[in-house]
Design a protein around this ligand. Structure first.
Ligand SMILES: Nc1ncnc2c1ncn2[C@@H]1O[C@H](COP(=O)(O)OP(=O)(O)OP(=O)(O)O)[C@@H](O)[C@H]1O
Length: 275
């Protein structure tokens, strides 16, 4: 993937400014930066959840920002999104939630009727097994812990057969142990399946532990792009724009404007409808 001079403005706010980077092969990338730095907007533009103002994103030489209609939905299927708030259907059982990831692989009629075949069930169960929660398959999603729900969301993403996983602060709502399990799962998917995982993270130590590469954003611009191990305290201070009193433990945020939630819900509905 090549991201070239990507920009996003919201009114007078330049959320992402001239972002450019290449992902030459499967990588696990952590995007860090303080609240409002533009991390979510960057991920959302890659997935088409937020339209870019200008720039291009080339995959196999094709600008995915120019895609419309079915081609655009096919791309959204190829880059599965994982959200901080899991975005499961709370009253549906876990297995059905996971199989929803298969819907936009099928034709419209099958998708509308939510008809799952044997292969869908097998794939759903296999994904749950990989995430270590197959025993929860028949429970309602809302009855699971936050960490388990995020693993269900990852299993759903896997059943989409994605080329890439984009995770927007996947552990921000989780306790430390659940966060570790979720990050271990994403790392394992990256290594075993050879998928690129781009993950917005709000703690530096998580990025250092799990990612090979870190992209640091400040005020919409990429101010660091390099190996995770090279993110020293000085580099971090530059990314977070903090003074000498900078404390690594204090980084991003969990605030999420309502309009973004609405966009996520619309995205998932479209996926469910097999649009
Ligand atoms: N839908 C929107 N409408 C208007 N402004 C927005 C919208 N989404 C993001 N912004 C603004 O764009 C800038 C970048 O926001 P973004 O959410 O991408 O940052 P972030 O680094 O992900 O922050 P956080 O860690 O708080 O989620 C901020 O100034 C934010 O207020």
């Amino acid at each position: 993937m090549r991201v070239i001079d990507l920009n996003k403005t919201f009114g007078s706010v330049m959320a992402v400014k001239s972002a450019s980077f290449d992902v030459p092969g499967a990588q696990m990338i952590g995007v860090i930066g303080r609240s409002g730095a533009g991390k979510s907007t960057l991920l959302r533009m890659i997935n088409h959840l937020t339209p870019a103002t200008s720039g291009s994103i080339l995959i196999d030489g094709r600008d995915i920002l120019a895609l419309r209609g079915a081609a655009r939905h096919a791309w959204q299927r190829d880059c599965a999104m994982i959200f901080q708030q899991f975005n499961l259907v709370p009253r549906l059982d876990v297995l059905t939630n996971v199989m929803l990831g298969r819907l936009n692989r099928h034709g419209t009629l099958r998708s509308l009727l939510k008809v799952f075949g044997r292969e869908d069930i097998a794939r759903g169960l296999h994904a749950l097994e990989r995430l270590g929660i197959a025993d929860q398959a028949l429970k309602r999603a809302e009855d699971l812990s936050g960490g388990q729900q995020q693993r269900v969301a990852i299993a759903r993403a896997l059943t989409q057969d994605p080329r890439m996983i984009l995770a927007d602060e996947p552990i921000a709502s989780l306790d430390p142990m659940s966060a570790q399990v979720v990050m271990d799962s994403l790392r394992q998917i990256h290594e075993r399946d050879g998928l690129t995982v781009i993950c917005n993270l709000h703690t530096l130590d998580t990025a250092r532990t799990y990612c090979d590469r870190v992209i640091g954003m400040r005020d919409g611009a990429i101010v660091y792009d390099g190996p995770a191990h090279a993110v020293t305290t000085d580099v971090a201070r530059d990314i977070y724009g903090a003074d000498d009193s900078f404390n690594e433990g204090v980084t991003s945020t969990v605030l999420e404007p309502d309009d973004r939630r609405a966009a996520e819900v619309a995205y998932l509905r479209a996926a469910e409808a097999g649009a």
